[in-house]
Design a protein around this ligand. Structure first.
Ligand code: DC
Length: 248
């Protein structure tokens, strides 16, 4: 309690003479953008929204409700008809302070990171009606500003007017290695590095070539290639950029 109050006071003092802005962090999968976006949000007292988690939650709903065909394609019409039944919300785990994703009131933070979700999420994310529904929710979340949002189309479609835009990139091999290490650390012993690399490159291909809101760098985004950066270095890079933009 005392810690929460003192953190709130620190954030208030820190941000007192700064303008509240929208921070859009886009980039390829497994670039560590969620980790850095979360750290920045915590440090400056902003809300954090992981939009990839929203597409993953819709995908989990599809898997659990028979909306995925055997070949991995989605029963699109049925999904679109059921979009109104899918409620995605975020909460904070009281013990860890980490953001958690809820699907119709159930915490699905772990399940949405599974390979079975990763394997079909790009198919769900390319459906125009799904994107329209999720983008509208994301725009509503950012109405008051003071938000860090990460995804693929935040700086280009969701908040083209965001004051700070970052485009994160790293080699496919570096990203696959990071993702593989994460899965192994979670206890997934069945997965191989080659499988993860294939999933990463395949998702890159679909995310950058789909007709609806493909992943691309906004003209006014700053590029961060973190292939050879430590977490501390990238956190400092982001913080310096935030300082420069909000003090300027
Ligand atoms: O960031 P991630 O790997 O958790 O994202 C999961 C998938 O969702 C990814 O394949 C691309 C898609 N996505 C998207 O199309 N638009 C976003 N704003 C966020 C994610």
């Amino acid at each position: 309690m005392v810690r929460c109050v003192s953190m709130a006071i620190n954030h208030y003092l820190f941000n007192m003479e700064r303008k509240r802005i929208i921070i859009a962090i886009d980039g390829f999968s497994s670039t560590g953008k969620s980790t850095m976006a979360k750290a920045l949000a915590r440090r400056i007292g902003y809300a954090y929204i992981d939009t990839g988690a929203m597409y993953r939650a819709v995908t989990l709903y599809c898997l659990e409700n028979g909306l995925v065909n055997d070949d991995g394609t989605i029963k699109e019409e049925e999904l679109v008809a059921r979009l109104g039944d899918i409620k995605i919300t975020f909460g904070v785990d009281a013990a860890t302070g980490q953001s958690q994703t809820y699907l119709n009131g159930r915490c699905v933070e772990c399940e949405i990171r599974d390979m079975r979700v990763s394997a079909v999420v790009s198919q769900v994310a390319k459906i125009p009606a799904v994107r329209r529904a999720l983008v509208a929710q994301q725009q509503a979340m950012g109405r008051e500003k003071g938000i860090v949002m990460d995804g693929r189309d935040i700086g280009t479609v969701v908040f083209p007017e965001a004051e700070m835009k970052v485009y994160v990139t790293a080699s496919a091999e570096t990203r696959a290695r990071r993702r593989y290490d994460e899965l192994v650390a979670k206890g997934d012993t069945a997965v191989t590095y080659e499988e993860v690399l294939h999933n990463v490159t395949e998702r890159d291909r679909i995310d950058t070539t789909r007709a609806e809101s493909p992943l691309r760098k906004a003209d006014d985004a700053y590029t961060l290639d973190n292939s050879h950066m430590t977490i501390e270095e990238q956190d400092r890079w982001l913080m310096d950029l935030y300082d420069q933009i909000t003090r300027g």
